[in-house]
Design a protein around this ligand. Structure first.
Ligand code: ADP
Ligand code: MG
Length: 374
């Protein structure tokens, strides 16, 4: 059953962060109303929404309220309560479904789906105790990464094991009654992401593959075009397509991959627009957010056209004050600020995007115009 919305109808968003805000802005251009469910007053999405239900993600009364005012419901992050998503799915108003949430909330399920689909993933083991870490590391070897199986983001809940000396620290890192995944560290040549959108009638459009640089496991910069071969690009897109079918994806979805020796390895997935797709707002004729709204509202997807090159750089809490002080003297880039009050050092506060004819030309402008690149 296809959900179809007309302008004037209401889109409910579970989660009120910057992704919800950018979804809402795209939806507003198309005449939709926005209701957001998020526990935080004045959260980024609430600032641009028509209605804000200020409640916890597992508050079922709030879910009922959201269901009442909304004609379609979407989620903007993967850690919304699965039970709530299941209930909303039954009303027929959640075209994304709850399966992509269930899988992407759990790194073990995510890896299993990739493996079942015949895709490469870093070698991994599931562990609950320090003894199990010690055993796993014997087959996986160093370097390795331990990650909490649920709830981690922006490198939170992760620990890298470079050598045996780090192993003792793993003992304090592993909390009782928690489950972890321990993965081989892939000495990748590049990190890339495939951001795509799938409609309710199974059409898919791909945004240009993005090449990503992380600092301290937080996305720092995204650029297009990714410096990858056609073979790698095809592998990455095929992997995304396979996962899209398997998870019955509707809306914008992201697959993060490592590239090594002309092979791709699935790192993780996000059942929503992604930080590495923010460049699409200015560099493409349709953004990852607009295409997402089109998909969940039952509109045909637009064919994607793109500027030849773009760079997106995140503004974290520790950068923001300096940037804002210099802002009147800076030009030649697009500024996005998410309206967050508390600028914790590693918190994503906004981003800048620079579009151009080639990456070379953009790098030259960054230097000439002394743009902030941190
Ligand atoms: P998060 O949910 O925090 O984004 P990720 O699993 O994507 O978690 O890890 C964050 C970053 O850490 C990745 O983008 C990558 O740079 C690095 N990383 C994570 N796992 C691996 C790995 N197995 N091999 C190499 N680098 C990794
Ligand atoms: Mg990631």
């Amino acid at each position: 059953m296809t959900v179809r919305l007309k302008p004037g109808q209401t889109i409910g968003i579970l989660g009120g962060g910057q992704l919800g805000r950018m979804m809402a802005v795209a939806a507003k251009h198309m005449g939709y109303r926005i209701a957001v469910l998020d526990p935080k007053p004045d959260c980024p999405c609430a600032q641009v929404a028509d209605y804000h239900i200020e409640a916890a993600y597992d508050d079922l009364e709030a879910a009922e309220q959201l269901n009442k005012i909304s004609d379609v419901i979407t989620y903007e992050f993967e850690n919304v309560d699965l039970n709530m998503a299941n209930i909303l799915e039954k009303t027929g108003k959640l075209p994304q479904g709850s399966l992509p949430l269930e899988v992407t909330q759990n790194r073990q399920k995510e890896k299993q789906i990739a493996v079942e689909s015949g895709l490469n993933v870093p070698e991994y083991e599931i562990v609950q105790t320090f003894d199990q870490v010690e055993t796993a590391i014997q087959t996986i070897g160093y370097p390795a990464i331990i990650k909490t199986i649920t709830g981690g983001y922006d490198g939170k809940g992760q620990m890298k094991l470079n050598n045996e000396e780090d192993l003792s620290e793993a003992d304090t890192f592993i909390a009782p009654d928690s489950t972890y995944i321990i993965e081989a560290f892939i000495p990748f040549e590049q990190e890339i992401s495939v951001v795509f959108t799938r409609s309710q009638t199974s059409d898919i459009t791909y945004f240009p593959i993005a090449e990503n640089t992380h600092n301290n496991q937080i996305l720092h910069q995204t650029q297009i075009p990714a410096a990858i071969t056609e073979k790698v690009a095809n592998q990455a897109k095929e992997a995304a397509k396979t996962l899209a079918k398997k998870l019955q994806v509707v809306g914008t979805f992201t697959v993060e991959l490592f590239v090594k020796d002309e092979q791709v390895y699935i790192n993780e997935m996000a059942p929503r627009p992604h930080n590495s797709g923010h460049y699409t707002i200015e560099a493409c004729n349709v953004s990852q957010f607009e295409q997402h709204i089109r998909a969940i509202c039952g509109l045909p997807l637009l064919k994607i056209q793109s500027f030849p090159a773009a760079i997106m750089i995140n503004i974290l809490g520790k950068h923001r004050e300096e940037l804002l002080a210099e802002l009147p003297q800076l030009y030649d880039f697009h500024l996005h600020d998410y309206g967050k009050e508390e600028a914790r050092p590693a918190r994503k506060m906004g981003h800048i995007t620079i579009i151009g004819e080639s990456l070379e030309e953009i790098f030259k402008r960054i230097e000439e115009n002394q743009l902030p690149t941190w």
